[in-house]
Design a protein around this ligand. Structure first.
Ligand SMILES: [Zn+2]
Length: 462
């Protein structure tokens, strides 16, 4: 019985593990590595296992850094079941097709750019056909325990990270021995609306846990309403627009929830609210259809105002014509558009039009990686490049730190305290965050043995 860490251990992207017991081999997650183009391509196209030997894949949630490279397995002939919650399956139907579209467009763009210079044509990492083949392998589960291969059971437990997200407990049986491995990657926070709080797990021999924010504390999730209200009021008073770059999955729906909450309290100014992202539109539909998985805050608000995810005063501007009208207008309003780090998508058109207007505010509600336009805005750089042209950044930029889908240091320590595993293994973090959390767990007396594996390392489980 053993586990091999194939990715997403000393970094927060490209998560994939291989679990083996009783001669069976099961993958847990198969994420896309996101980073500089060349490095990412090399990592993503190399499949580190013989797919013919894999019996199943267990998927935690629909984020691309956990699910986004699944189509490449299909491209290499993988035809075994992919177990995920039914919500994750529905979300992956949108996310993986979108990922394939981006790969195909990217290759076409590069080919167009380099064609005349006699380069070999760039082949997409995977295609729509690969994505569709992999989607056929999905088997939707509830939050329950299922046998995924002979000798390997997987439990799906609420992770509280995004809608449909699951932690897993793998019960491994070999030669009369049983080992229980808990995997809390990704793990959410308590008190975040829409998604339920993370549940717990019991009788765990080894807990593999993320440590993205192993050395950071978030502002209270309950402050998100206040932070948003303040910035909207201030911007509307000076006649500006509020531009919010947002991930289309979860963060966009969370923003709709907070605006609906302010609306219910009579605190939302009477200005139009636009969700200008066809993908967020489709994902919000999946959210609307799966309200049974949502938390008590959501149901309380729904009892008060009726429809929360698609209220009549939120306009989903999926068509290009509608989107252009919103982009071109200088009237006060709130615009939620992807991508979350301002690297592509319609938010770029809104920024191009609105960044030089000092009445406007760009509101940052998500993590901004180095070298992205989003990070430059957070740094309040005076000039920024959008679609190849330089613009004066005159719009205000406000970072709201109450938003995060990942557990912080206190949440992580608290989770270990609740689970009481025999051993802890930390993954999914930059090195300083992981080391700091390991120290904190030792100091709290919660774990004598904290394992800090390297990418590629194999851990024998007895
Ligand atoms: Zn995630």
């Amino acid at each position: 019985m053993r586990i091999q860490f194939l990715g997403g251990v000393e970094t927060v992207t490209g998560t994939k593990y291989l679990i083996e017991a009783n001669g069976a081999r099961v993958l847990r997650d198969y994420g896309l590595f996101q980073g500089r183009r060349k490095e990412a391509r090399a990592i993503n196209e190399k499949v580190p296992v013989d797919v013919g030997t894999i019996d199943a894949l267990v998927l935690s949630h629909a984020h691309i850094d956990h699910s986004g490279n699944i189509p490449i397995l299909a491209r290499h002939g993988f035809d075994k079941p992919i177990y995920a919650t039914r919500v994750t399956r529905d979300l992956c139907d949108i996310m993986l097709k979108d990922a394939a579209k981006i790969q195909e467009q990217d290759a076409a763009y590069l080919n167009q750019k380099t064609n005349r210079k006699g380069f070999d044509p760039v082949v997409p990492l995977f295609t729509m056909e690969d994505a569709e083949a992999s989607l056929k392998l999905f088997q939707g589960t509830g939050y329950e325990t299922i046998t995924v291969a002979a000798g390997i059971e997987a439990s799906f437990i609420e992770a509280g990270h995004i809608l449909g997200s699951a932690m897993n407990v793998f019960t491994l049986k070999e030669n009369g021995n049983t080992v229980r491995v808990g995997v809390a990657v990704d793990l959410g926070r308590r008190g975040v609306p829409i998604v339920r709080d993370p549940a717990t797990m019991e009788d765990i021999d080894l807990l593999i846990m993320e440590s993205t924010y192993g050395d950071r504390e978030h502002a209270d999730a309950g402050k998100a309403d206040e932070q948003l209200c303040e910035v909207v009021e201030r911007t509307v008073q000076r006649g500006g627009k509020v531009l919010i770059p947002s991930f289309a999955l979860e963060r966009a729906q969370e923003l709709i929830f907070h605006l609906a909450s302010l609306y219910s309290q009579g605190r939302l100014p009477e200005i139009p609210v636009y969700v200008d992202s066809p993908m967020a539109d489709k994902i919000t539909q999946v959210f609307s259809e799966n309200q049974q998985y949502m938390d008590e805050d959501f149901h309380a608000l729904r009892a008060k105002i009726g429809e929360v995810m698609r209220p009549s005063w939120v306009k989903f501007t999926s068509s290009v014509e509608d989107s252009k009208k919103v982009t071109g207008s200088d009237e006060p309003g709130i615009v939620i558009a992807a991508s979350g780090m301002c690297e592509y998508g319609r938010i770029l058109h809104h920024l191009k039009h609105g960044i030089e207007n000092p009445k406007n505010t760009v509101v940052i509600v998500g993590f901004q990686a180095a070298h992205t336009l989003g990070r430059r805005l957070v740094e309040k750089q005076e000039e920024v490049r959008i679609f190849g042209d330089m613009f004066q950044r005159k719009a205000d930029v406000q970072v709201l730190n109450a938003f995060s889908a990942h557990a912080d240091k206190n949440d992580l320590i608290d989770f270990v305290r609740r689970v009481q595993p025999r051993k802890v293994c930390l993954t999914h973090a930059e090195e300083d965050q992981r080391a700091a959390l390991a120290d904190a767990l030792r100091k709290e007396g919660l774990a004598k043995d904290v394992l800090l594996p390297k990418d590629g390392e194999v851990l024998e489980l007895g």
